[in-house]
Design a binder for this molecule. Structure first.
Ligand SMILES: CC(C)(COP(=O)(O)OP(=O)(O)OC[C@H]1O[C@@H](n2cnc3c(N)ncnc32)[C@H](O)[C@@H]1OP(=O)(O)O)[C@@H](O)C(=O)NCCC(=O)NCCS
Length: 381
């Protein structure tokens, strides 16, 4: 039976949240090229309501989100317990999201704005507590992006940086049925609670074939820089060893990721203003060579590696940034799936052998069967 590998091209459900049809990314019908300058709050509203907000609605959402960008003492105490080296920040986040669902969400009725606000604050807290830095407090009169940047960097960002990072957050906010969103939807389809769905989404995002790629991209750049190897030689070696180059290729975008095109400009600008052009220049050389050699284009995780580095983040925390931005989309899809009410339960094609059961396994004293039982530890007691 010819099955689509990894569900490639399989439409499993309808959605009104976003689309990548014809390799064009749209949020509720609006192209991301037009939304890149919208405020983060506007995009959150759009993805959650599938319509653009009024000025008052954006203001109300901003106020609500900012007012909720704080964590209860008990949650902070527990994050401190888990946010320690050598735990990976995404593992800490996985535990933290689960903790939020129990330590904070006492009545089990947290609503999406509260959850998004707590996610952003928890991610900033993980980044700072891991480095033994003090936690910052939100400013009620600032926007969500400015506050978030302040919470994880400890410094008030310039308006230009707020604008650039806001675009990064908007571009990452949703991406139809990517692996983590689909994971969240599967859990949501069982009518599980929001935090359970989000915890599952974080687990799926962690892997290097999905959100974890941005960390690997920076590791590659750092290795090339530290060893002094020529970028082309590095790529040649990796490909000859059968390894994938992180930050390249995409299941949907075979002729370039529209988000990467916009992110490239931001990475270049941030690299210039923070004395990090060496990394951006390396990325340019690698991208040019990858295209020449493989015809693969950079994806969303390629340029964010330089962007997050320019914001002063350690590469191990990069994927938590992706999670912060994608929480908006995850929540939109969880709500859509729960409202739909259909259980996601696909089928599989069994390709193993068929047998006839002839009695308890221990009665069949053949060597192979005995070995199987021992392997599963069934004969221990
Ligand atoms: C994203 C990704 C998983 C998409 O995978 P996909 O749609 O299943 O496509 P495949 O992995 O089957 O790739 C098709 C071909 O291109 C090659 N390829 C894809 N991405 C590659 C990469 N980053 N480096 C080198 N070769 C790559 C594959 O080896 C495969 O070659 P083959 O046909 O000779 O076997 C894949 O491109 C990848 O692993 N990229 C690196 C990880 C990454 O950056 N992830 C973030 C995605 S936003």
């Amino acid at each position: 039976m010819d099955l689509p590998k990894g569900l490639a091209g399989v439409v499993i459900s309808e959605t009104k949240i976003s689309s990548t049809k014809d390799a064009k990314l749209t949020y509720s019908g609006y192209p991301i090229q037009e939304l890149k300058d919208a405020s983060f709050e506007e995009v959150v509203y759009l993805l959650w309501h599938q319509e653009t907000p009024t000025v008052e609605q954006v203001q109300d959402l901003r106020k609500l989100l900012v007012s909720e960008m704080k964590l209860p003492d008990e949650t902070i105490r527990l994050i401190k317990e888990v946010a320690k080296e050598p735990q990976h920040p995404m593992s800490i986040l996985r535990t933290t999201v689960s903790l939020l669902g129990t330590t904070h969400n006492e009545d089990g009725l947290d609503q999406p704005p509260v959850i998004l606000a707590k996610m952003l604050t928890a991610i900033a807290a993980i980044i700072r507590l891991r480095d033994n830095q003090k936690l910052m407090e939100v400013h009620e009169d600032w926007g969500v992006v400015e506050n978030f940047m302040y919470l994880f960097t400890g410094q008030r960002p310039s308006p230009e940086y707020v604008k650039m990072f806001s675009t990064v957050m908007v571009l990452h906010a949703d991406h139809e049925f990517n692996a983590s969103t689909f994971t969240a939807r599967v859990v949501a389809s069982t009518q599980a609670d929001y935090y359970s769905c989000l915890t599952a989404a974080v687990c799926a995002l962690k892997g290097p074939l999905h959100g974890g790629a941005n960390e690997q991209v920076f590791k590659m750049l750092a290795e090339i820089r530290e060893t002094g190897i020529k970028p082309i030689d590095y790529i040649e070696k990796q490909i000859a060893a059968g390894k994938k180059i992180m930050g390249f290729g995409h299941r949907i975008y075979k002729h370039g990721d529209p988000r990467a095109k916009i992110l490239r400009g931001i990475a270049e600008k941030m690299a210039q203003t923070t004395n990090n052009s060496v990394y951006f220049d390396l990325e340019e050389q690698i991208a040019n060579y990858m295209f020449e050699k493989t015809k693969l284009y950079p994806n969303v995780d390629y340029y964010t590696a330089v962007i997050y580095h320019c914001l002063g983040l350690d590469s191990s925390t990069f994927t938590t940034m992706f999670a912060a931005c994608r929480t908006t989309g995850w929540m939109a899809h969880i709500i859509e799936q729960q409202t739909d009410g259909t259980l996601i339960r696909p089928s599989s094609e069994y390709v193993g052998e068929m047998h006839h059961y002839t009695g308890p396994i221990k009665a069949q004293a053949t060597a192979s069967v005995t070995k199987k039982v021992v392997d599963f530890g069934a004969t221990k007691s």
